[in-house]
Design a protein around this ligand. Structure first.
Ligand code: SAH
Length: 202
């Protein structure tokens, strides 16, 4: 997979490839899918959610352009895998919000097993962001929102970046930079994600 990405020149930041090689993806998926851990496909986790396919994950991280001191907010912890990769890109804190309690627990457990310490998983509705720790240098959503929630814009620092799939059935990947309080949006093509749903679930 890494050779394929390199041959396509898909990933600009070498640190993302290093992070991908460091984090054991098999520790974030269900035992019955372990053999497919390194196939370039999304895999089901629990509660009808999925861990995105590796190519999508690394492309989003490349768009996010995380710096060594970036404070990052992730919407949709799921398995905790994306947060684990983020933890290799910044020394600062990563907050990952997950609306389903069982998945928040699943993510925490997986991150612990993988020995990752700079991620805080919180159970809540990520459409509201996470005001308690705001502002953020980077915000990344791993579920498809119909539109960009105001809270994400408000909680992003000036000059900060947002990467999120926006749309209902199919999504457009957007990369936005906050300039003078407003988001300047660039579109990066069509993707398919599980939906962002409002409210918390036990
Ligand atoms: N980043 C995850 C991908 C998980 S799939 C990984 O690496 O495995 C997207 C996740 O977003 C699901 O777990 C889903 O429950 C969660 N989600 C959906 N709506 C949400 C919301 N409003 N707030 C927080 N999480 C949400």
């Amino acid at each position: 997979m890494v050779e394929h990405w390199e041959s396509l020149g898909l990933i600009k930041n070498k640190k993302i490839i290093e992070a991908f090689l460091k984090v054991p993806r098999e520790k974030f998926i269900l035992p019955e899918h372990r053999e497919e851990a390194y196939a370039d496909i999304p895999l089901p986790i629990i509660e009808e959610q999925t861990i995105s396919q590796p190519t999508t994950v690394v492309m989003m991280l490349d768009f996010l352009d995380v710096k060594e001191d970036s404070k990052v907010l992730e919407i949709g912890a799921g398995s905790g895998y994306n947060a684990a990769l983020l933890s290799k890109l910044t020394k600062n804190k990563i907050i990952s919000v997950e609306r389903i309690k069982k998945l928040a627990d699943f993510a925490r457990e997986n991150l612990k097993t993988a020995g990752i310490e700079n991620v805080e998983v919180t159970h809540g509705d990520g459409s509201k962001g996470y005001p308690k720790e705001a502002p953020y240098d980077r915000i990344i959503a791993t579920c498809g929102s119909e539109k960009i929630p105001e809270a994400w814009k408000d909680q992003l620092k000036e000059g900060g970046l947002l990467v999120a799939p926006i749309g209902t059935v199919e999504q457009e990947m957007i990369v936005a930079i906050k300039v003078k309080g407003e988001l300047k949006i660039e579109k990066k093509g069509a993707f398919r994600f599980v939906p962002l749903l409002k409210g918390k679930k036990k």
